[in-house]
Write a protein that binds this ligand. Structure first.
Ligand SMILES: [Zn+2]
Length: 269
C-alpha cells in the first residue's frame, strides 16, 4: 500500500509512514468501518425489521416485546450511550496495553468480531442477542481507538468525537423536521457509499490522494445519521428494533469521527 499523505510505499499493517511519519491507522480504520456500514445495510435488508405480531406482553430479554415510542427512543439512546461508554472505559483501562498489540492482529480481530456482531444484531429478533451482537461491534472498536489515541493523541480523538456528536445532534433535528426526505435518500446513500468504497480501493491501488473520497464519505455518513434516525422512527416500536437502530447509528457516528480524524491527521503532516 501507499501513504495517503506523501505517496511513499509502506508495508501493509504499518502504523506510520516511514517516509513522512504520517499516522496511517485512522485512514485504514475509516476504510474498514465504511465497509462494515455497507455490510450492515445488506444484512439488515435481507433480515427485515422485527414485526409487531407475536410479541411478548411483558418486557423480556429472550423474546421481543412492544414498547411505547418514548421507551423505544430511551432504549435506543441508552444502547448508544452504552457503546460509547464501553469505548471510553476500554481506552482508560486497557488502552495502553491494547496499543502495544500487533496492529495487523488488531485489524483482523476488529473485522472478524464486528462482522459477526453485525450479523447477529441484524438477524436476531431477540433483544438479548441483538445486544450481544452490538457489543461485538462496540468492544473491538476500543482496540482501534486505543491505537489511534497512541498515534495521534487523545486530544485529537476527543475533538473528532465532539465534532461528530455535535453533527449527529444537528442531523437528528433535521431528520425530525423532514423525515421523508431522509427516507427517500436511503438507496442513494447506499449507492454513494459503495461507489466511494470502490473509488478508495482503486485510488489505493494507484497510489493517489484520498482527500476527495474522504470528503464525500464524511458527507455520506452525516446524511446516514439522519436517515437511520428517520428509519428508526418508522420502525415498529419493539425492543429489538430499538437495539438494531442503535447499532446502525453507532456505526454512522464512529464512521463520521474516523473520517474527521483521518482528514485531520493528514492535514497536520
Ligand atoms: Zn508518507
Amino acid at each position: 500500500m501507499y501513504c495517503p499523505n506523501c505517496g511513499a510505499e509502506v508495508r501493509s499493517g504499518e502504523r506510520f509512514c516511514q517516509n513522512c511519519g504520517a499516522p496511517l491507522a485512522a485512514q485504514q480504520a475509516a476504510d474498514l468501518s465504511a465497509a462494515l456500514r455497507a455490510a450492515r445495510e445488506f444484512s439488515g435488508a435481507s433480515a427485515a425489521a422485527a414485526p409487531m405480531e407475536g410479541l411478548s406482553e411483558t418486557p423480556s430479554l429472550t423474546q421481543d416485546f412492544a414498547v411505547t415510542r418514548e421507551r423505544f427512543n430511551l432504549i435506543l439512546g441508552g444502547t448508544l450511550l452504552w457503546g460509547f461508554l464501553m469505548n471510553v472505559l476500554f481506552c482508560i483501562f486497557f488502552g495502553r496495553a491494547a496499543a502495544q498489540l500487533p496492529y495487523g492482529a488488531i485489524m483482523v480481530a476488529y473485522i472478524a468480531l464486528a462482522f459477526t456482531g453485525i450479523l447477529i444484531n441484524t438477524r436476531s429478533s431477540k433483544p438479548i442477542w441483538s445486544f450481544i451482537g452490538y457489543n461485538l461491534v462496540v468492544l473491538p472498536l476500543g482496540l482501534i481507538l486505543s491505537v489511534l489515541i497512541a498515534d495521534v493523541g487523545s486530544e485529537a480523538v476527543r475533538e473528532a468525537f465532539q465534532i461528530a456528536s455535535a453533527v449527529a445532534a444537528g442531523m437528528l433535528l433535521l431528520s425530525n423536521w423532514k423525515p421523508e426526505t431522509f427516507i427517500r435518500m436511503g438507496p442513494c446513500l447506499l449507492g454513494a457509499l459503495l461507489l466511494t468504497i470502490a473509488a478508495e480501493l482503486i485510488l489505493f491501488l494507484f497510489n493517489r490522494s484520498f482527500v476527495l473520497t474522504n470528503v464525500i464519505a464524511t458527507a455520506i455518513f452525516c446524511l446516514y445519521i439522519g436517515f437511520d434516525w428517520a428509519r428508526a422512527q418508522q420502525r415498529p416500536c419493539t425492543a429489538d428494533n430499538a437495539i438494531d437502530s442503535a447499532c446502525a447509528l453507532y456505526l454512522d457516528i464512529i464512521n463520521l469521527a474516523l473520517r474527521i480524524l483521518s482528514a485531520r491527521s493528514r492535514r497536520r503532516n
